[in-house]
Design a protein around this ligand. Sequence first.
Ligand code: F6P
Length: 547
Amino acid sequence: MPKLTDTPAWRALKAHLTTVRAQTMREMFRADPARFDKFSLQLGGLLLDYSKNLITGETRTLLLDLARQSKLDVWMARMFSGEKINTSEHRSVLHTALRAPRDAEIFVDGKNVVPDVHRVRDHMRSYTDAIRNGRLRGHTGKLLRDVVNIGIGGSALGPLMACEALKPYGHPEMRAHFVSNVDAADIAETLKQLDPETTLFIVSSKTFTTQETLANAHTARAWLVQHLGTEAAVANHFAAVSTNITATSEFGINHEHVFEFWDWVGGRYSLWSAIGLPIALYLGMDNFEQMLAGGHAMDKHFREAPLECNMPVMLGMLGVWYANFLDAGTHAILPYDQYLHRFPAYLQQLEMESNGKRADREGNTVDYATQVVIWGEPGTNGQHSFYQLIHQGTRLVPADFFAPINSHNPIGAHHAMLLSNCFAQTEALMLGKTADEARAELEAQGLRGAELEALLPYKLFPGNHPTNTLLYERLDPHMLGMLIALYEHKTFAQGVVWNINSFDQWGVEFGKQLAGKLLPELQGGHPVTSHDSSTNALINRCLSQGL
Ligand code: F6P
């Protein structure tokens, strides 16, 4: 197999760079009034405007040639059919099966997994209905109204992001809390707000071996037992979600409150499984199923739409264009939707844990860039912080902007102001401001001569900064499901092009191993000499100062 960077599609894109660099987006828009129509896509209330990118029609053709050359269609079919494409862990990759309809058939090792998916979903419905309507109550008979999810990474970020995103659909008397960090401050500050009689803990862990989650779960359990005065209270106040059912029963969780999922669901792809239990509790199962339906609609689109009309493919290939041909090192996620304030953090794990890798599927070290750094904050807050760098700094920062056409909170002019800022930013980033324009503005302000010329360089904006805009009718459960699945498939498409396995995460193991070795040293009380001088000094300083 030729090296990716030597393949015809890659070489063609390299050669094409000079054509794209020879023109600005401002010129492209001026030359082609139909540019928006040519570079935008719609799917069920979601508009993707990708016209403000550093691309021509030919760039798109060449990027899609690269996708075809990478056999994206073959990889898609392999993933959806349950083939074990996560080769380093010998696992299928079937988060899409979690949102498949009841009559679908998807096989893993000869077994149709869809009935199991729906069995657990039915269990989630009966449990969440019972908690919400008060049929299942706490140990002292009170309604359970505070739900605390104890989990980390994929067992936290998705449910947290979704509960925040869909707050307008939340049960008016229920609150969802999320404890992840092993830093005791996380659980301690959460517990301070809670009444044990009305609190339900969900211990969420795919493996049920994660140090942070087990430490928090034991602390929560001790707090509950101490306040309610009996171990018996654990039965009503704890549920668990895991693939490791032996470990959940060892922890003492009532098996009727244990929700199973399977090794073919990756942690960062698991919010569609029972890991979504806090979402279902807070929003109700009907809303959770709407989210699944949104994810399924995006699956259908990804599988069936031709590549040139395929949203995840376009987002993925644009990312490849910037990472590999225009040397972007980061990608900003900028929701003009406060409800999506944890979406950047969610996408960080999704994309960076999936594709932040350097060994390809054959075990070779790649000689091209893979995943860029994902980061971001909601607009308009970011405008008063880091947008300065995007507008006038020296780096290329492609960005995705998100905005709802309709607000859940139609108060005064807030929403019009929000949208005006969103659209103004993408316009300004694309257009920039030339010396002539800046000079005219300064003259209009009464500046002349040396004073004007001295200020002029600071008033210039190079523009030509690429952005996508995702505009949707309203952020409801179905739309959120579509958006999440859109980025899952974008991530998959990029992994296919980069020839990496997007579904393992060996990179997180090394730090865990070393922490395991360090813990007894920090607890042992004796000065250490076995590490490098920096690590020794840090440990010994803690020991000498009373740890
Ligand atoms: O540290 C990485 C990771 O394995 C993630 O991939 C996963 O989402 C998270 O830890 C939590 O793992 P678990 O659900 O097994 O507790």
